[in-house]
Design a protein around this ligand. Structure first.
Ligand code: GLA
Length: 349
């Protein structure tokens, strides 16, 4: 069997998200099959600036109560995050990639789900600006060779509005994204800047993504639209058509496309399936075959397809909304890193 990267060399580069926790056991598979890697969490703000202050009380938040804001100690470390850093986990992945001639996608520079929760809410706009500048400066010096950066991850609203309400928008104003992307251009002049989001095939959300990238493109502040592509093995024909239509609309912007976080979830959260594992695996295989069929039609526009993990042993889907720990089979290698039928199907297309 060919390797994945050989099979796709005339189409696009192929990547995998990896974690420093399990990189060692995945290393030979990654080096054999993939051209690029993304750090699953290690380059996010809270990983690079680990903190000892409490996480929000999500139980309280789910009950609609406002959790108490943490008391800020040593405020200066939030204004200048270079005072407190831990690059070791990301360094491990970056070094591995360099040693194997693998390119690194930078993920990500700003995200509403990875910042000192409850702290930024108490900073002034000026302090947040200083924080962002210091963080971008530090990251650009530490990882000068990422060929692409997801700039503001998931900035678009999920409920039909334009932009997501985040602490950054609240503090920096409605046009904050123009400033943040301009700053990214300044600090990462050689990298592609990517606007990355999920549910990108939802027509309402697609409209907001197109509006945002349009505004950024006018100012030459974006190069790539990132489609996360967290999809489901129980999708139907209509969903595949919507994906194809969306990729067509994104391609019409003239920007490049990256598929940034592909995985095939086997669980319907609202209606947990009782299908036996073999049937689920077959559905996963068929879904990979169909989705890669669509990606292949966008040869020349899609520049990279990244799978969100390597082996079914480690996937965020094994935990997310899955308190009963139902088995999930979202990736291309099984729990023992053996190639699954899904991998064979997309290689022997
Ligand atoms: C989002 C983020 C990723 C990752 C996944 C779940 O899609 O962009 O970094 O956290 O959720 O693992």
């Amino acid at each position: 069997m060919q390797t994945l990267k050989e099979a796709y060399k005339n189409y696009f580069t192929v990547g995998a998200a990896v974690s420093a926790h399990w990189l060692d056991e995945a290393a030979s598979t990654v080096a054999e099959h993939f051209n690029t890697v993304t750090c699953e969490n290690e380059m996010k703000y809270n990983s690079i600036h680990p903190h000892d202050y409490p996480r929000p009380d999500f139980r309280k938040m789910r009950r609609g109560e406002k959790p108490d804001p943490p008391v800020i100690t040593r405020r200066e470390r939030f204004v200048d995050p270079s005072l407190e850093t831990d690059f070791a986990p990301a360094d491990k992945i970056y070094r591995f990639a360099k040693e194997h001639g693998i390119a690194v996608r930078g993920h990500n520079l700003m995200w509403h789900a990875s910042y000192p929760w409850g702290i930024f809410e108490q900073l002034t706009a000026e302090e947040i600006r200083k924080n962002t500048l210091s963080h971008f400066n530090l990251v650009s010096q530490h990882f000068p060779d990422c060929y692409c950066w997801d700039v503001v991850n998931e900035a678009v609203d999920d409920h039909g509005g334009y932009l997501r309400q985040t602490v950054f928008k609240e503090k920096l104003g409605d046009d904050y994204l123009l400033d943040i992307y301009a700053l990214a251009r300044q600090y990462f002049p050689d990298a592609e800047l990517c606007c990355n989001d999920y549910n990108e095939y939802n027509p309402q959300k697609r409209e907001s993504i197109l509006k945002l990238v349009g505004r950024l493109k006018e100012r030459n502040l974006v190069d790539v639209i990132g489609c996360q592509c967290h999809i489901n093995a129980l999708m139907g024909d209509k969903d595949f058509e919507e994906i194809k239509r969306s990729l067509g609309m994104y391609a019409d912007t003239g920007l490049k496309l990256h598929i940034t976080e592909l995985d095939v979830n086997c669980i319907d959260w609202k209606n947990p399936t009782a299908l036996p594992p073999e049937d689920l695996q077959n559905k996963v295989t068929e879904t990979y075959r169909r989705i890669f069929g669509i990606f292949r039609e966008f040869k020349g526009v899609i520049e990279n397809v990244t799978v969100w993990g390597v082996s079914d042993r480690h996937s965020w889907l094994n935990g997310f909304k899955n308190e009963e720990h139902r088995r999930n089979y979202p990736l291309l290698f099984d729990e023992n890193y053996r190639p699954k039928d899904a991998l064979k199907a997309i290689i022997e297309f």
